[in-house]
Design a protein around this ligand. Structure first.
Ligand SMILES: [Zn+2]
Length: 141
């Protein structure tokens, strides 16, 4: 196994494709704490870089920094409640994305000039009411 050198903050940020101030912000909110060298420089080892990549992926999936911190360090009940709520959200988004994909596939072949004249197009646009209703009734996360 090769040893991975610890990176200073600028190199770590470059390796992650983010700005250094983002890493400092994550540290200030207690989300990602790098080791410090004897002279006080932040050292990002492979484990810390892996955590940073995880944060980026979860952020891209729509989780806030507070939610990510709760996943990492929250109590078991809080974590499970958050996971349940997020999974429900993800499934809802997946359903919408699948419906959108089917709609776009249909749209490429649709011969109707007006949406209301096409049952398939009308069915897709009717989904908006369903999703709008579920958004307003979902408990805050
Ligand atoms: Zn159509």
């Amino acid at each position: 196994m090769t040893t991975v050198a610890e990176l200073r903050i600028g190199d770590a940020a470059a390796a992650l494709g983010i700005e250094a101030h983002v890493l400092r912000h994550w540290e200030s909110v207690g989300l990602l704490i790098p080791q410090r060298s004897p002279s006080g420089h932040r050292n990002y080892d492979e484990q810390t870089l892996a955590q940073a990549r995880m944060i980026r992926v979860l952020q891209r999936a729509g989780l806030s920094l507070d939610q990510i911190r709760r996943l990492a360090a929250g109590g078991r009940d809080d974590r499970l409640a958050l996971i349940d709520a997020k999974r429900a959200e993800v499934r809802e988004q997946l359903a919408l994305l699948r419906a959108t994909d089917r709609f776009l596939e249909h749209l490429a072949a649709c011969r109707h000039r007006i949406i209301a004249e096409c049952p398939d197009c009308a069915q897709f646009t009717a989904r908006d009411r369903v999703f709008a209703r579920s958004r307003t009734t979902r408990p805050p996360v």
